[in-house]
Write a protein that binds this ligand. Structure first.
Ligand code: NIG
Ligand code: FE
Length: 407
């Protein structure tokens, strides 16, 4: 699939040339074969496979300690996410486990999760901090996220989620926490080169509009773009605030007004839909996809991989849920994990479509038509991945049916 007007940007009988880490040429297969022979360039024949841009998971909390399986059991017995959060559980219990975890163990568990995402064709992952909520632990989370991209053939974008929950030690000093998190800590982490963007959980159980704005303003002063967790449980006007600061994305958006959708479209802020969290929290009001469409807002889809509300390491499953639960078309969902996900990370010039000059990140699937990437529940049709021009080791790139000589 390449950028273009055909459904899914589909292009049949195509070939693609890679030079270094970039896509150098896209054209017809016959022409490619002739050029390759003339220039003695090695050729891989992928007959019958579908190629997509490398998938992009643009919203994850991939680095964390422990898990929240007990909380899951409680929720199934009728205790709500809000009740658990207000009783000091939820995000704060992961904060405790994350603060207690050594970098090595955070790296080991995040590596496992990243590997699962990558096995489906994911080549770029956004990773948020936000379970440290003190400088040292936030730094450790971001360093682990950076380390992931050094150890694995995947790109990582780091997001400093400075305002995720109020930590226990600041229950009586809220303003001090917000001031530190948006001030000295952000500055220190940004100066250390650990922050690609910032994020805040703007919600009645988390941070107010004014507190969120304090972080967004500080980020703006440092030249950093933002994401905002907006409208997950209530509509506090967080989407409008994200738009006011030209945030890269506003995420969740189950509670969003027509005005909010229009504001996102006008500011070019991507609406990131997170059906995993919606599903796990057994919510019943999907994001207003028709309003977003009508407004012309770009929609992305991500796993929101986190221990509390979305222990999901399958972006393809998130695509299925975006279609089944939110009513996206498979074409919209796939754009949401490629083109629009790239834009949600500010990387649209570099990633998200198969175009000459962009990074050679792509995935190969053994499917008959692209909608199958959304249709299957729990199957993984990915048979090969190329990241920055390099074939991922261990990828079963040539399945039996397209081995040389097979029909
Ligand atoms: O995106 N909403 C806030 N943050 C996460 C949940 C994190 C957690 O419960 O640990 C989310 O759903
Ligand atoms: Fe999240």
């Amino acid at each position: 699939m390449v950028a273009g007007a055909a459904p899914y940007g589909k292009r049949g009988g195509a070939a693609l040339a890679v030079k270094g880490a970039r896509i150098a040429w896209i054209g017809g297969a016959a022409e490619a074969a002739a050029k390759a022979a003339a220039n003695q360039v090695p050729v891989e024949d992928c007959r019958g496979l579908w190629m997509t841009p490398g998938l992009i998971d643009c919203h994850t909390h991939l680095v964390f300690g422990g898990n929240r399986v007990e909380e899951y059991e409680k929720r199934l017995c009728g205790v709500s996410y809000e009740e658990i959060a207000r009783a000091g559980g939820g995000i704060r219990s992961t904060v405790e486990a994350t603060r207690a975890a050594a970098a090595d163990s955070l790296l080991a568990s995040a590596t496992l999760r990243a590997t699962r995402l990558m096995s489906e064709g994911v080549t770029t992952i956004e990773v948020k901090s936000g379970y440290g909520l003190e400088l040292a632990a936030e730094r450790r989370m971001l360093e682990v996220a950076r380390e992931l991209s050094r150890r694995l053939p995947v790109s990582v974008r780091t997001t400093y989620l400075g305002l995720h929950a109020l930590p226990l030690e600041h229950q009586a000093s809220r303003a001090v926490f917000v001031e530190q998190a948006s001030g000295a800590w952000l500055e220190t982490l940004a100066n250390a080169g650990l922050v690609d963007a910032v994020d805040a959980f703007c919600e009645n159980i988390a941070f107010t509009l004014a507190e969120t704005e304090q972080l967004l303003r500080a980020a703006q002063d440092l030249g950093l773009r933002a994401h905002v967790h907006a409208g997950q449980l209530t509509d506090m006007g967080a989407a409008e605030l994200a738009a006011k600061y030209a945030a890269l994305s506003a995420d969740h958006l189950e509670y969003l007004s027509a005005g909010g959708a229009a504001a996102l479209a006008a500011s070019g802020t991507v609406a990131v839909l997170l059906p995993g969290a919606y599903f796990m929290l057994r919510q019943s009001n999907p994001p207003p996809v028709p309003l977003l469409r009508q407004a012309g807002a770009a929609m992305a889809v991500a796993t929101d991989c986190n221990p509390g509300t979305s222990p999901c390491t399958s972006l393809l499953l998130a695509l299925n849920m975006a279609c089944t639960l939110f009513g996206l078309t498979p074409e919209e969902a796939l754009a949401g994990a490629t083109r629009h996900a790239a834009r949600a990370l500010g990387l649209e010039a570099e990633l998200g479509t198969l175009e000459v000059g962009k990074r050679a990140d792509f995935a190969l699937y053994q499917i008959e038509r692209p909608a199958e990437l959304c249709y299957n529940l729990g199957a993984n049709p990915c048979v090969g991945v190329v990241h920055a021009g390099e074939m991922r080791p261990g990828a079963s790139y040539m399945p039996a049916r397209c081995a040389p000589g097979s029909p």
